[in-house]
Design a protein around this ligand. Structure first.
Ligand SMILES: Nc1nc2c(ncn2[C@@H]2O[C@H](COP(=O)(O)OP(=O)(O)OP(=O)(O)O)[C@@H](O)[C@H]2O)c(=O)[nH]1
Ligand SMILES: [Mg+2]
Length: 321
C-alpha cells in the first residue's frame, strides 16, 4: 500500500478524489487480498446510501433507464454512483448488441461516478467485488447508487443481496420471458418497468405480467407495481424514481429495512465463507507437494483409498485458512 496507508486512501476517497476511487476499485477487482484489509478501514467512515438495482434481459434498455435516472436525480442536485455489471466486459464490450447504450453522457460531470465491472463471479451472480465497489461509491459521496445487472440469478450472490430495491426492466418483446419467468424471479422484483412503451406489444406484456403477478400477489407483503417507460425520451422515469422512494418508505416501516439488511449481511457472510473455502482449496494444489500427491495417488491406484478419501486426507493436512 506504500507510505500513504489505508486510512489515507479512505480519506482521499471521502474527499471525492477520483484517482483514489479508480485505484481502490481496480485493486478490489484484481487483488483478492486487498478487500480483507481495506474494507475494515473503509467501514470506519462508511454509511450505506439508497441503492436501486436495475436488472433485466440483454437489450431491454437498462442502461438507457439508468441514464435517464441519472439525469433525473442530477436535476434534483444529487450525486450519483453507478455500477454497471457487464458480463461482456472487458473483452467483447458491445459485441452482443451493436446498439447498446453506454453512459458516456456524464463523463465530465464530477457529481456522477460510473464504473463498469465484469461479472467474474466465481459462483455465478455478481463478483465478490461488487458489494465493496458500491461501498466505495458511498464513501465517495454518492447520495444514491444505481446498479445495473443483466438477468437475475437465483443462485450465488446477486443484485437482491446488494440493492435495497430491485427494478426488473422488460420490453414489449418480452412476452416469452413472462411465460417462462419463474415464480422466484417474480418475487425478487420490487418494481416492474415495461420499457420501450413506444413500441407495439407493450400493453400485451403488461396484461401477461399482471396476470402472472396476480397469482403470487397475495403472498407478497409489497405489491410490486408495473410501470411503463420510454427511457429514450425520459418518459416514465420520474415515476420510477418516485416509486423507489415509496418502496424505501415501505421498508422503513416495521423494521423491514433492518431485516432486509440483516439478510443481505448473512448472504455476504456466506458468500465470503464460500470464497475463503474456494481459495483455501485452490491453495491446496500449491501447498501439497507433488511427492505427497503422488503417494496418495499410489494408494488410490493400489485400491487402498478412493479419490474422495485421498482428497479429504490432503484437505485435512492443509494449514487452517
Ligand atoms: N424504442 C425504444 N428504444 C429504446 C428505449 N430505451 C432503450 N432503447 C434502445 O434499446 C437499445 C438497448 O438499450 P440499452 O440501454 O443498451 O439496453 P441494456 O438493457 O442496457 O442492454 P445490455 O446492457 O446490453 O443488456 C438501444 O438502442 C436503446 O436506444 C425506449 O424506451 N424505446
Ligand atoms: Mg446496459
Amino acid at each position: 500500500m506504500g507510505a500513504e496507508g489505508l486510512d489515507g486512501l479512505v480519506e482521499r476517497l471521502a474527499q471525492r478524489d477520483v484517482r483514489a476511487a479508480a485505484r481502490v476499485i481496480s485493486l478490489l477487482e484484481s487483488d483478492p487480498d486487498f478487500a480483507p484489509v481495506f474494507i475494515p478501514a473503509l467501514a470506519k467512515v462508511h454509511r450505506q446510501r439508497p441503492r436501486l438495482g436495475v436488472t433485466g434481459s440483454p437489450g431491454v434498455g437498462k442502461s438507457t433507464v439508468v441514464n435517464a435516472l441519472i439525469r433525473h436525480v442530477r436535476g434534483l442536485g444529487m450525486r450519483v454512483g453507478v455500477v454497471a455489471v457487464d458480463p461482456t466486459s472487458p473483452f467483447s464490450g458491445g459485441a452482443l448488441l451493436g446498439d447498446r447504450v453506454r453512459m458516456n453522457e456524464f463523463f465530465s460531470d464530477d457529481a456522477v461516478f460510473i464504473r463498469s465491472m465484469g461479472t467474474r463471479g466465481s459462483m455465478g451472480g455478481l463478483s465478490a467485488a461488487t458489494a465493496n465497489v458500491v461501498r466505495v461509491l458511498e464513501v465517495f459521496g454518492s447520495d444514491v447508487v444505481f446498479i445495473e445487472t443483466v438477468g437475475m440469478g437465483q443462485t450465488g450472490f446477486d443484485i437482491v443481496d446488494i440493492a435495497d430495491c430491485v427494478t426488473l426492466v422488460l420490453s414489449p418483446e418480452a412476452g416469452d420471458q413472462i411465460q417462462t419467468m419463474k415464480a422466484g424471479v417474480m418475487e425478487i422484483a420490487d418494481i416492474f418497468v415495461i420499457n420501450k412503451a413506444d413500441r407495439p406489444g407493450a400493453d400485451a406484456v403488461r396484461v401477461a405480467l399482471e396476470q402472472t403477478l396476480a397469482m403470487v400477489w397475495e403472498r407478497l407483503p409489497w405489491r410490486p407495481p408495473v410501470l411503463s417507460s420510454e427511457a429514450r425520451t425520459g418518459k416514465g422515469i420520474a415515476e420510477i424514481w418516485q416509486m423507489f422512494g415509496e418502496y424505501l418508505n415501505y421498508l422503513g416501516e416495521h423494521d423491514r429495512a433492518r431485516e432486509k439488511r440483516l439478510r443481505q449481511v448473512e448472504r455476504e457472510i456466506e458468500f465470503n465463507v464460500a470464497s475463503l473455502v474456494q481459495r483455501h482449496l485452490s491453495a491446496a494444489s500449491e501447498v501439497t507437494p507433488a511427492t505427497r500427491l503422488r503417494s496418495v495417488a499410489q494408494e488410490v491406484a493400489a485400491g487402498r483409498l478412493t479419490t474422495f478419501e485421498a482428497a479429504r486426507r490432503l484437505l485435512d493436512e492443509l494449514p487452517r485458512p
